[in-house]
Design a protein around this ligand. Structure first.
Ligand SMILES: [Zn+2]
Ligand SMILES: [Zn+2]
Length: 136
């Protein structure tokens, strides 16, 4: 009975460890895909955790991974300062002069009800007359 009980516990520990291993690999794969577009770096990080086990691989990954998430979206204010517009539909960056998104064709501008000025979709007020009358 004594040996049976011990091997049962070992089995549970092994299963738990394998579970942790798989979860770590999935988490690292997700995390690294948000941090770099470099496929080689992504594969290296996933292999690191897969081959060295999470116990050794995870701490190494945490030290080596890029510190920041890459940004697909630029905050609205920054984008406007760069004379770019974020498409509200697909988040593609477009030139401020564009009336329609170059990726999905959605309109980027709204017409002011008062002065018919074309305003960026993200504006709360017309930049010509200050009117808040937009059909969002
Ligand atoms: Zn778009
Ligand atoms: Zn206006």
């Amino acid at each position: 009975m004594q040996t049976n009980g011990t091997s049962g516990i070992i089995k549970i520990i092994v299963i738990f460890f394998i579970f942790l291993w798989i979860v770590s690999i999935i988490r690292v794969a997700k995390d690294i895909s948000h941090r770099t577009h470099n496929v080689f770096a992504q594969i290296m990080c996933i292999l690191l955790v897969t081959l060295l086990s999470p116990l050794i691989g995870l701490p190494i990954y945490l030290i080596l991974r890029p510190l920041h998430y890459h940004k697909d979206r630029i905050p609205r204010r920054e984008a406007e300062a760069l004379h770019l517009l974020n498409c509200y539909n697909c988040h593609t960056l477009n030139l401020k002069d564009n009336d329609y998104c170059s990726n999905c064709g959605e309109p980027l501008k709204l017409k002011c009800k008062k002065c018919w000025n074309k305003c960026c979709y993200s504006y709360s007020y017309c930049n010509e007359c200050g009117s808040p009358n937009f059909d969002h």
